[in-house]
Design a protein around this ligand. Sequence first.
Ligand code: TGC
Ligand code: FAD
Length: 395
Amino acid sequence: SAVFNWEDPLAASELFTEEELAIQDTARQYCQEKLMPRVLEAYRNEDYDRRILEEMGELGLLGASIDGYGCAGVSTVASGLITKEVERVDSGYRSGMSVQSSLAMTGIYEFGTEEQKQRFLPGLASGKLAGCFGLTEPNHGSDPGSMETVAREHPTQKGTYLLTGSKTWITNSPIADLHLVWAKLDGKIRGFVIERSKCPAGTFETPAIKNKSALRASITGMIQMDDCPVPVENMLPDVEGLTGPFTCLNSARLGIAFGSMGALEDCLTRARDYSLERKQFKGNPLAKYQLIQKKLADAATDAAYGTLAAVQVARLKDAGKATPEMISMIKRQNCDRALHNSRILQEVFGGNAASDEYHIGRHVANLFVVQTYEGQSDIHALILGRAITGKQAFV
Ligand code: TGC
Ligand code: FAD
């Protein structure tokens, strides 16, 4: 007969294939054995270990849903489960993986020439090359369509573009070998793959943004371009306009819908363990008190609902039936619920929540950023509002 499992309350695992379950196991084992032991020091010291990308590459975790070019070609659900396992440890580690896989690799895979795919994707899939995605600018975050970064034809060298402008808050930019940068050419947004090693001195800089108050286990920086030369062979030929970056964002946002549920589940597990051990008032464990149980029940419910919704949209995506609005809905809802519940679960730890060794404060701080990047939650509300009413409220 059926048994209730608090770790998978609505039996989402019944929806996974054998292969997806095996991939989830592999990812969980790697994350718990190799990432978990490093996260505390990485977060304290803002020290992202570049080798993580190669370790993930060896296990086939990068660009996992892409077919060919050294990628595993797994289902979108399997790719989401990988994301969930990484974010169970830390949203910053998931960030490093997301920009490599969903943003840089997806852009090249969807819109690159065959030659570009052959040239860039295998190195990114193995983690030997690090990638990043430059859309946000100092003056344009939620409104990337107003970007100021421009590309112009080189006045004398045919077949070369010169890029000028700056991008900010770019995950992986200080360590990336390949930078997928979006810039306006004759007023239209185009994608360019900038190879750091080929940029002349003084044309391309990627300073790190230090002293972050969240996502400290990932590395973030700027991309500053001053007439940086990029050959036409490195421009993505098959897309212009915001459809280019947003197609990549659709993939990354779906990943975040899974990932944020991993972070929330970790908060829940830790709060449950703590509440069973900690005793207050006549030797009772906190877990015996109704107010504590409500916090756990709320978090478990939101994590279970959020996971099911993410699985549904991932299956629709593989069937060619997912829409960007569906992805906005689950990105927004799962991030909002993960942040809300993690903040409530933090209370279970009392003063100990202030010690980083309990990990809960790190998740809470990270989840604020996860709710903000890839479209802040209110922006996704406006995307949904536009779809519901036919009227856009951005401007
Ligand atoms: P809008 O008029 O809505 O659309 C312009 C063109 O883009 C197309 N489009 C999409 N295409 C594919 N997928 C989508 N989701 C799309 N959304 C829009 C649209 O069809 C149209 O095409 P066309 O051919 O007609 O021109 O554009 P808008 O300027 O009004 O956009 C408004 C808004 C708010 C929807 C949009 O700008 C937005 O989503 N803003 C949020 C910005 C954002 O998400 N930035 C993310 C930066 S990357 C990042 O944060 C990475 S963090 C990663 C990590 O570390 O994990
Ligand atoms: P703003 O656009 O200035 O928004 C500020 C607030 O105003 C938000 O709450 C927003 O919802 C609200 N707002 C804005 N417009 C409206 C409106 N019309 N109506 C109602 N409310 C509105 N970007 C990349 O390109 N690549 C990356 O790899 C990347 N990594 C990141 C890593 C980190 C750690 C962080 C913090 C950010 C990263 N970002 C990246 C940038 C991120 O995508 C932006 O911060 C995000 O899109 C929001 O833009 P903004 O910060 O400029 O905020």
